[in-house]
Design a protein around this ligand. Sequence first.
Ligand code: RIB
Ligand code: CA
Length: 312
Amino acid sequence: MRVEKVIYDGDPGHDDAMAIIMAAGDPHIDLLAVTTVAGNTTLENTIKNALMIMDLMKLDIPVVPGCAKPLLKKLQTAPMVHGQSGFEGPEHFVPLRQASKEHAADFLIRTFMESDGDINLVAAGPLTNIALAMTREPGICDKVKQIVFMGGGRYGNITGAAEFNFWVDPEAAKIVIDSKCKKVMFGWDLTEKAIVTPEAFTKISEIDSRLGRFVRDLIEFYALGPAKGTEILPTINDACCIAYLINPEIFETSDYFVDVVTTPGISYGMSVIDYYRMNTWDMSPQPNVTVAEELDLDLFWEIMLNAIEVFD
Ligand code: RIB
Ligand code: CA
């Protein structure tokens, strides 16, 4: 069986939690560590939330704290979607496990530079930690198998132009997009198709475990966010990155030239995707990102539910 080594960088966060559970529960993934970054909520909360998930899965996968704010902007979190704690919904508890004392940027540099180049980096929060690691160690892309990230998209979800992860730290997003790392992008226009269907929610609610009940309570709250009172269903955005590593066939992808707007204003943090390859007519930049455009929702949920059920 093909097994992909993964370091997950994110801002748990309801959908990050689902991605971490999918990574830890699926046999095709060897989850080496979770590094956390401020985004959906404060860095402190992302650490506690990640540790609670590790306790619920009874796994000793390292949780490594990173940056408490974006490179330039002040931190703007998303309590309207994830609650102040970033994990609103279930009853919280004091995690037994403790976070690493190493900074995520140091951890990423050390781990990738010592590796055989066979580790995937999944990034599903603001890209602050990744950008800092790249700035500190410009050669890191020679040792990163690929960066599979949730961010950007054809349109925004926090402004009309920008998706949340890119909007929180546009400068970090640009550093990563401009890097020579192999990049696979799961933008908002794709990940908003990863909906929690009523059938999926019913199956989650039938999982009789501490983790299953925690996930049910997370999703129940998550559905009451911006979607409250509407027909809009919550979306498990970040898990798309993990599902891709488990079975790329779940997605359709194309290669495009992508750039990021870092000038303050209406389009700050916007990902600009060159669908008509205008930028390549005159030998300007060739496509630099593989962009996911379609997903098979049934296969996605088959993987997601199997992963939750692994843990008793
Ligand atoms: O725009 C959605 C993204 O922002 C997801 O990664 C979610 O967890 C938040 O970080
Ligand atoms: Ca996230």
